[in-house]
Write a protein that binds this ligand. Structure first.
Ligand code: MN
Length: 430
């Protein structure tokens, strides 16, 4: 996944809205997603400026000439087959699509649909979903709040990427409303009750879609892990903190996390992200040495510098036309464990991963207060409420609140690329 001609900052597209310098989707990005076609079926698209390129139509009309298995996979109703073909095929497709859209190529407006008029679906059929806990800042903050007397990091945290097996069936695409869940809550002064969640939260995360599978019994080595990852989406891991507090010991999160997780519709490929690789934070002087299977090769730069922003708008704010309020801004490069390390650890037992499986990073928090990636940390468990422009305060999310996460990459010598948005509105428990 190296930098090639498709990343050239000088490239422009015949789609004018891709050349503004501000769009999330210049020709250097080319993320894949699934849009609904006229017959109501899913179809593979590539985002370009304010448009979606209909990839299957480009193949049918021979505007896009690809090998048989690649052409077949890109004419499917989800990205799973394409993801399963592996990095060489992903690169071939990207190069061909870049050539089709570049300024020097003939205009093919009939292959475009206005993005504003398209409905997006989940990009893949997600077989399995795992969520990690890879931010040292998040783990430390949560540890301080819940175990004020001990070391905020539990003893295993510095030795392995901690995770849990999540629930794929409740992953939804951006724009889907989120119903406040009911659950078992334990008041401090009485027996548990079954009631609507009162401490509803979001978690700013990124999700990595697995492309190349590994066979059961065959771990993915740390040096190969990046080649197994197709691309990234924004992930909001909605969390019911009161349900979580009562249920999480001894086996970890369960119903607190299984009612909904939202992802952005466009998968930004690892190839598009190649110019934004970085080294991530150094391990601290007194941190333990990593075991070999988690030790990246020297200079492997497996971290990715993606900046993410979280905005909140209440129903009142939206009615009044008030702009959404920014809650935080952080970067994926602050994660202490890379997706390569997460995947190497996940498969270290021989656990098989399949195309379309999703790995969540865990809440992305940075060292600064402005880079805390969830309400639990921002309001410090509700003790430091946040003032909204409509005159109300938030400790956790209220019905009618819309939470939006956006993300982009920027670096000298490269073209800015973005992820689009990942949003959801909270509906009452009913
Ligand atoms: Mn999470």
């Amino acid at each position: 996944m190296s930098i090639d001609a498709t990343h050239d900052p000088g490239l422009r597209s015949w789609v004018d809205s891709a050349n503004t310098g501000e769009t999330d989707f210049p020709i250097q990005n080319l993320p894949f997603g699934i849009f609904v076609d006229a017959s109501g079926r899913g179809r593979i698209g590539v985002a370009i400026g304010e448009y979606v390129l209909d990839v299957a139509a480009a193949i049918e009309t021979e505007a896009l000439l690809l090998q048989g298995d690649l052409a077949c996979a890109l004419s499917a109703e989800s990205l799973n087959s394409f993801m399963s073909l592996g990095a060489a095929s992903w690169r071939d497709a990207r190069t061909a699509i870049s050539d089709l859209l570049r300024e020097e190529a003939p205009r093919q407006d009939r292959l475009l649909r206005r993005m504003a008029e398209t409905t997006m679906l989940l990009p893949a059929s997600i077989g399995d979903y795992t969520d990690f806990y890879a931010s040292r800042h998040h783990a430390t903050n949560v540890g301080r709040m819940f175990r004020p007397d001990g070391d905020p990091l539990l003893p295993n945290w510095l030795h392995l990427p901690v995770g849990y097996h999540g629930r794929a069936s409740s992953i939804v695409v951006s724009g889907t409303d989120i119903k406040r869940p009911h659950g078992q809550l334990k008041p401090d002064d009485g027996p548990p009750v079954y009631a609507p969640c009162r401490l509803l939260d979001y978690e700013l995360e990124f999700g990595a879609f697995i492309g190349s599978a590994n066979a059961m019994g065959s771990p993915v080595g740390i040096g190969q892990a990046m080649d197994h990852i197709f691309g990234l989406v924004i992930l909001n891991d909605w969390s019911a903190r009161d349900i979580q507090k009562w249920e999480y010991q001894p086996l970890g999160p369960f119903n607190a996390k299984n009612f909904a997780s939202t992802i952005s519709p466009w998968v930004v490929t690892m190839q598009a992200l190649a110019p934004y690789r970085s080294n991530g934070p150094a391990r601290q002087a007194d941190d333990p040495a990593l075991l070999d299977y988690l030790t990246p090769a020297t200079g492997s730069s497996d971290a990715i510098d993606v900046i993410a922003e979280v905005h909140l708008s209440s129903a009142v704010m939206r009615e009044a036309g008030t702009a959404a309020m920014r809650l935080s801004r952080g970067t994926l490069a602050d994660l202490s464990w890379s997706f390569s390390q997460m995947l190497a650890h996940h498969t270290s037992t021989g656990c098989p991963m399949n195309a379309g499986d999703l790995i969540g990073s865990g809440t992305v928090s940075g060292p600064e207060k402005t880079a805390r990636g969830c309400m639990l940390e921002l309001s410090w468990r509700g003790t430091e409420p946040i003032d909204l422009p409509d005159g109300t305060q938030r400790r956790f999310l209220q019905d009618g609140d819309e939470l939006t996460i956006s993300a982009f990459c920027e670096r000298d010598g490269a073209t800015r690329i973005g992820f689009g948005g990942c949003s959801g509105v909270i509906l009452p428990a009913g």
